[in-house]
Design a protein around this ligand. Structure first.
Ligand code: SAH
Length: 270
């Protein structure tokens, strides 16, 4: 009998802007894992870890968009137009970004271009570095005894300077989380002190948070920059400023070597 069901003339393309979280693949959302497993093509940034790419459908096309500091493999305009082109070809595209796509991730800019071109899209939030990295470092971002508010700021401005609203950043009883600030760390500490923060204010730098190479250094605005430089910390690293940093000594729970062994044991016994 003749098949009476008319096949669709074309598959409608769609872009999923997905947050990959800060590194540990187990911090992906269920929705992210499902979309990665079904996608036709994935366009991913340098912050997305290898363990996360294991969830991508084996036959999906993989496009690396770069975005390491000073090494923009693809310019932002090229990425925007690539997403439009792939969706117009009828593909389901996962645009995968580290952390949350709407926090210092240019997700908004990419979605604006899709909207202008009438492309369907969805946004899947991810755990942003401030939340994931602070959790794994044992530093609660708010605490009734120490901080009633929390600011997320970027330490890397377009012109290369760290020209921030210092008056707002030095207030007491708040936590300041600085993304992309590693290279400007000495200048940031200097500016905070110059704008009235006590030199003894606690500060932490967390390198490679939530993954096996995580390292945390804590100190004060007056001494930490030097020690971080001596330790050779590399990107990605997150800066946390405020009294909550003092809690790290008692709350640090993620000791990568031990925790990774435990996870392997779990996987084997499951
Ligand atoms: N959209 C991302 C942030 C992108 S900006 C998010 O929501 O997390 C990149 C900056 O995020 C890095 O320079 C670093 O400051 C921070 N970052 C991201 N992942 C990190 C990690 N695993 N450890 C420490 N810092 C991280």
């Amino acid at each position: 009998m003749k098949n009476l069901i008319t096949p669709p003339l074309y598959k409608r393309g769609r872009v999923y802007l997905v947050g990959a979280g800060p590194g540990d693949p187990e911090l992906l959302t269920l929705r992210a894992v499902r979309l990665l497993g079904q996608t036709d093509v994935i366009v991913y940034d340098h912050l997305v870890s290898r363990g996360i790419l294991d969830f991508v459908a084996p036959d999906a096309e993989r496009i690396y968009a770069g975005k390491r500091r000073n090494e923009h493999t693809m310019r932002q305009e090229q990425i925007n137009l690539l997403l439009v082109k792939l969706a117009r070809e009828g593909k389901h595209v996962v645009r995968l970004k580290g952390g949350d796509p709407f926090i210092f991730g240019r997700g908004g800019e990419e979605m604006e271009v899709l909207a202008e071109h009438g492309i369907d899209f969805e946004v899947v939030p991810g755990i942003t570095a401030a939340c994931g990295v602070s959790s794994y470092a044992g530093i609660p971002l708010t605490h009734r005894d120490h901080a009633q508010s929390c600011l997320f700021v970027t330490g890397h401005l377009k012109d290369g300077s760290a020209n921030l609203d210092w008056e707002a950043l030095v207030r007491a009883r708040q936590t300041v989380v600085i993304y992309m600030g590693l290279n400007a760390l000495a200048d940031i500490c200097h500016q905070l002190i110059a704008h009235g923060a006590p030199p003894s204010r606690p500060i932490a730098v967390v390198q490679h948070g939530t993954i096996a190479t995580q390292q945390v250094l804590t100190g004060t605005l007056s001494d930490l920059a030097q020690r971080v430089a001596e330790s050779g910390f590399t990107s990605p690293s997150l800066i946390i400023v405020g009294d909550v940093v003092k809690l790290h000594d008692s709350l640090a729970w993620f000791t990568p070597a031990v925790t990774c062994v435990k996870k392997t044991e779990l996987a084997v016994s499951a």
